[in-house]
Design a protein around this ligand. Sequence first.
Ligand code: NAD
Ligand code: TYD
Length: 351
Amino acid sequence: MNHTILITGGAGFIGSHLTRLFVTKYPEYKIVILDDLTYAGNLENLKDIENNSNYTFIKGDITNAELIKKIFEEFKFTAVLHCAAESHVDRSISEPLAFVTTNVVGTVILLQAAKENWKHDTTNKLFYHISTDEVYGSLGAEGYFTEDTSYDPRSPYSASKASSDHFVRAFYHTYKLPVIISNCSNNYGPFHFPEKLIPLCINNILNEQPLPLYGKGENIRDWLFVEDHVKAIDVIFHKGKTGETYNIGGHNEWTNIAIIKELCRQMDIKMGKDKGTSEKLITFVKDRAGHDMRYAIDATKLKNELGWKPSLQFEEGLSKTIDWYLDNTEWLQHVTSGNYRKYYETQYHKR
Ligand code: NAD
Ligand code: TYD
């Protein structure tokens, strides 16, 4: 089956890995990226594939209904992989409305366009919504999120993602739109924007700056290497059942303090520094408002039904991630200086 796929948010962290996987693994598919290049979107993430003949980039906002209508008519998409979102919890605490606009309104605009364009024939069509485990709320010391766990979002980010998930399911039940949702745990890896915990600390270790840990650093996240996440999306996209939800996670829980200590340990070795040097940079700071205590995914359904499991152990994935940042200091420098924003003008306006 051939596809023309709209990937929204393809210039972001997960979206760029997903785009790379689909563009290179499926040369027969046509992949169209729609990304508004907000602070989190960076075309340098896609440099290595930008000249592939099955790749098209469009700069635009998912909340622009006219634009969405136009590109659906032009490209006749058979599938949508919807990654575009405002994704940072801390930003959602200071600007919740932006999260409602992009994550909720933007998703509904895309759903409407898919419904309208596929209304006469939904064969081999799919609206795949990429979501987060944060919709399930916060766990205590015990238990895991399964696909049947009730939604209990507690930050403006997770509330907006939960709302978008509800709209996706509503379009399935009300209009029979073919949809799939996956809810994944925290990702890490190359091209991660350095305001999220792991890349922020890598950058700060490189610059000998404090490593800010919220509260006591005891909150727990379940970390998955980003390439394992996009491989799971590939499996679900091709083998998943319409109308279903799949949880994706690595069974890999770490407290924030333990992660940062492991990061410091590995970076001291890689940078030839004395043992314990980077750990001295750890600084406990004021806790995040409403900070969720623990996330942990039960990915049994995905493993049993579709045969996916993560390929990397965390220490190995972290080591690969650090190596990538050490080898790509220019990318990091462009992001931290804001220069990555110039790439669009130099690369695309000349065409
Ligand atoms: P990201 O912030 O790195 O990337 C988001 C991308 O969306 C950026 O390229 C940005 O320019 C684009 N974008 C934002 N608003 C837009 C708009 N209005 N119109 C068009 N493009 C817009 O996010 P990410 O970490 O890659 O997350 C991608 C998806 O995966 C999100 O839906 C997020 O909720 C979900 N998710 C993320 C994680 C994680 O750990 N990062 C875990 C589970 C699920
Ligand atoms: P983050 O990367 O923002 O992901 P999320 O909040 O979506 O899980 O944060 C991961 C964990 O690290 C979370 O418990 C908050 C914590 N954290 C810090 O302790 N310090 C920081 O500077 C940041 C950005 C996060």
